[in-house]
Design a protein around this ligand. Structure first.
Ligand code: HEM
Ligand SMILES: *[C@@H]1O[C@H](CO)[C@@H](O)[C@H](O)[C@H]1NC(C)=O
Ligand SMILES: *[C@@H]1O[C@H](CO)[C@@H](O)[C@H](O)[C@H]1NC(C)=O
Length: 483
């Protein structure tokens, strides 16, 4: 009897549950939209820890690909940095976010990152000014504006080779690539060249960089706190430089010199009769420093690593660059046309960025409701696109783990599958600058040395750019007829 009652009770409960579920589905269908499939993870932290762990363990793709196969290959939901997220995947997800939905989304960064980038001041106060400067960046960084920078980069690469690379039989590539990248940024962004100041700025921005990926806790001795302090000092020096340039720049109008980005920015602001605060200009310049530093030096390092592992690619790059070197007179520097001839070398760098992407993707804020692949993403949610959903997908890149620069020949990869710089109107504004800097470096390296890795199985971690844990130690063998 007891058993029967219990049985009946269970059936009644089951029926009521089913009814409730049915009613819910029925009721929800016309009113509340269907959110992307997925889970939110733990309260507040959501899936942030799993996401972080995947990055540190050297496999940031796994977080994405696991969820793509579990929930949806198009778009799934998650919760990161205390926000609701829709993660868009695949070529069509990228295309949707970059192009189709470009007017329904805004650039968005986690608060901790913004705080460490724009301290010591509150970003909200001059957000419009920053947006205005952001819209000007392509003007400063477009190919035509960068042509004059090529010989400057080349002469600096030669100087670095002479001082830091040639005297040693064995070098660590990563720290030297970082030094080269940073020195060029100091010269071309703000015309700072004296070693003592460059070193001071390097130390400050290294601290800021460490703060970007730390927990945003402002206690003494936390990385974040050190980053905030370093950022303050850096900005104070920048303010002084901005004021000095303002005094100088009247003399520089119409000058044929290689003007730094800051001076050109000030000139254009003045020509357009705009009032833009020093704070906004400083924050924008800091953004360029941060945006260019880890990304470009990581790409240079990965390129050297893959060239050491692939004799065929190395020989092709050597052939291409030697051809250019032979066409140059003694002491003649690289120019824009030479860079255009470095097709194969750029394919090698692209293949390195496909396998070891310097940035994992970027975030957006949804400003009006999006509908995609049968799901609805409400206004106020954040969106995330990643390189992980396409770069190693065998559908787009057969035998995806293989290093093969020929993938970029002819028409190259399917649109929206190779996206190290993003795409659409918010694509990285520094792409061309990075290309010049990377190719100039390869030219100088490959025409001087052959190199081999000293540590064949060096581990790569993501912080968040791919970083060989020992800095990629190399043995350098000088070429006989080097330039
Ligand atoms: C290999 C080198 C580089 C890679 C892979 C890279 C990648 C990226 C990516 C993925 C984004 C996010 C785009 C998006 O929101 O969808 C970005 C943004 C940005 N990058 Fe780069 N970048 C590189 C070099 C540079 C350089 C050299 C500069 C400056 C000279 C730069 C300046 C910026 C800036 C300022 C932004 C933010 C733009 C915004 O706020 O909308 N980047 N970059
Ligand atoms: C941005 O969106 C608008 C309207 O949807 C579209 O006409 C335009 O082509 C898009 N721009 C880009 C660069 O995709
Ligand atoms: C850059 O700085 C150097 C030395 O401080 C100065 O001689 C040169 O004129 C500056 N160049 C530009 C383009 O401002």
């Amino acid at each position: 009897m007891d058993i029967l009652v219990s049985y009946l009770l269970q059936i009644v409960v089951l029926c009521i549950s089913l009814l409730l579920i049915f009613m819910r589905i029925y009721r929800n269908k016309p009113t509340s939209p269907r959110l992307p499939p997925g889970r939110k993870g733990w309260p507040f932290v959501g899936e942030t820890l799993e996401f972080g762990r995947a990055c540190v363990s050297g496999d940031p793709e796994k977080f994405i690909t696991d969820r793509m196969s579990k929930y949806s290959p198009d778009v799934f939901q998650s919760s990161l940095f205390g926000e609701n997220f829709a993660v868009f995947c695949g070529a069509s997800g990228n295309k949707f976010l970059f192009s189709t939905a470009n007017e329904s989304v805004n650039t968005w960064w986690p608060r901790s990152l913004l705080e460490s980038l724009n301290f010591p001041f509150d970003v909200e106060g001059f957000k419009d000014e920053l947006d205005e400067l952001r819209a000007m960046l392509p003007e400063f960084l477009k190919p035509a504006a960068l042509q004059r920078y090529v010989p400057v980069m080349d002469s600096m690469a030669k100087e670095h080779m002479e001082i830091d690379w040639s005297p040693s039989k064995e070098v660590k590539a990563l720290p030297l690539a970082r030094k080269y990248t940073f020195a060029i940024a100091c010269r071309l962004l703000i015309n700072v060249t004296d070693t003592e100041r460059v070193n001071r700025f390097t130390n400050l921005l290294n601290l800021v960089g460490a703060g970007l990926i730390s927990a945003p806790i402002k206690l003494p001795f936390t990385a974040f706190n050190r980053a905030v302090k370093a950022g303050k000092l850096f900005h104070e020096e920048l303010f002084a430089i901005i004021r000095q340039r303002k005094v100088e720049f009247l003399e520089k109008k119409g000058q044929e010199n290689v003007l730094d980005v800051l001076t050109r920015m000030l000139l254009i602001i003045e020509e357009n009769g705009r009032e833009i605060s020093e704070k906004a200009v400083a924050a924008s310049i800091t953004g360029l420093f941060i945006g260019s530093y880890d990304t470009t030096s990581s790409t240079i390092t990965s390129t050297l690593r893959y060239l050491a592992e692939s004799p065929h690619a190395y020989n092709e790059v050597l052939k291409e660059q030697m051809e250019i070197a032979k066409s140059k007179g003694p002491g003649e520097l690289l120019n824009w046309d030479d860079i255009q001839k470095m097709r194969y070398s750029w394919n090698v760098a692209c293949e390195a960025m496909r396998l070891a992407p310097p940035g994992q993707g970027a975030f957006r804020e949804v400003t009006s409701e999006l509908t995609y692949a049968g799901s609805t993403v409400p206004k106020g949610w954040k969106a995330y696109w990643t390189v992980a959903s396409t770069h190693k997908n065998p559908k787009y890149f057969p035998d995806p783990e293989k290093f093969d620069p020929s993938r970029f020949e002819g028409h190259g990869p399917t649109p929206y599958t190779f996206v190290p710089f993003g795409g659409g109107p918010r694509m990285c504004p520094g792409k061309e600058y990075a290309r010049l800097e990377i190719l100039t470096f390869i030219y100088n390296m490959v025409t001087k040395f052959k190199w081999e890795k000293l540590n064949p199985n060096e581990k790569i971690i993501f912080s968040p750019a791919p970083t060989p844990v020992n800095g990629l130690p190399l043995r350098l063998n000088p070429l006989k007829n080097s330039t």
